[in-house]
Design a protein around this ligand. Structure first.
Ligand code: ZN
Length: 166
């Protein structure tokens, strides 16, 4: 029996970043349509037409557009090409005052008490939606959490060609 669409919607609403999608949703051999249903639901929720290839997080997608694969925000703003670091295109706010980071790392519970932690918030440069938050040691480079290998994913896991923007 194929997974009910509303079940997948609930899964998405519980947040559906790439690692969970890859590990938990996909591809159930008994339910090959799961991924397509997932993409269909995500696609209905945005008001642009570029084909979503994979969601990166709740607000960001890799899409097949006219100019190849790009990272697109929920609002439709294109941040960069899919092989670039989208975080570098964001407006970034970094904070490291103890009072502010204490909620994340209470005193004596930090991985190393001598490290200063920084909270970085990444905002869409067009609509200022918060796209991601991370807590890292101050000075830590701005890295993407994961870069999905879209070709391998489609061709080997889904056994289908990667959709293009045409
Ligand atoms: Zn935006």
């Amino acid at each position: 029996m194929s997974t009910d669409k509303s079940q997948i919607e609930k899964l998405i609403d519980g947040t559906l970043p790439w690692p969970e999608l890859r590990d938990d949703v996909l591809p159930d051999p008994k339910d090959p349509e799961r991924f397509e249903t997932t993409i269909e639901i995500l696609q209905e929720r945005v008001d642009w037409d570029d084909r979503i290839l994979v969601p990166l997080n709740d607000h960001l997608y890799v899409v097949a557009g006219d100019d190849g694969r790009t990272v697109k925000a929920e609002c439709g703003h294109e941040l960069c090409s899919a092989d670039e670091n989208w975080k570098l295109e964001c407006d970034i706010r970094a904070r490291e005052e103890q009072e502010e980071t204490a909620e994340l790392y209470p005193e004596l519970m930090t991985p190393d008490p001598d490290w200063t932690f920084q909270i970085r918030e990444y905002f869409c440069p067009e609509c200022y939606s918060l796209l991601d938050v991370e807590a890292v040691p101050a000075g830590y480079p701005i890295l993407q959490k994961f870069e999905p290998d879209i070709d391998t994913f489609y061709e080997e896991w889904l056994d289908q060609p990667v959709p293009d923007g045409q």
